[in-house]
Design a protein around this ligand. Structure first.
Ligand code: SF4
Length: 68
């Protein structure tokens, strides 16, 4: 069964925080507000909100990939 791998480009992140608002189990922010991915392989129940986070990110900093 395939899973989703989450990647976040910390260089592109502008600290908007929408990812964390969408799913605080998968996304966090460091002291400067830059995204931190808590888990690169979110559980199935988190996939919709992770997709929402990627869609909402104004910097396009979140990438979702299929992982075997
Ligand atoms: S939504 Fe995008 S820009 Fe905002 S903190 Fe998350 S990764 Fe950074």
């Amino acid at each position: 069964m395939s899973t989703v791998r989450v990647e976040a480009d910390r260089e592109s992140c502008i600290s908007a925080g929408r990812c964390m608002a969408a799913n605080s189990s998968v996304f966090d922010q460091d002291d400067d507000g830059i995204v931190v991915v808590r888990t690169t392989h979110p559980a199935p129940e988190h996939r919709d909100s992770v997709r929402k986070a990627a869609y909402l990110c104004p910097a396009g900093a979140i990438t979702l990939r299929s992982a075997p």
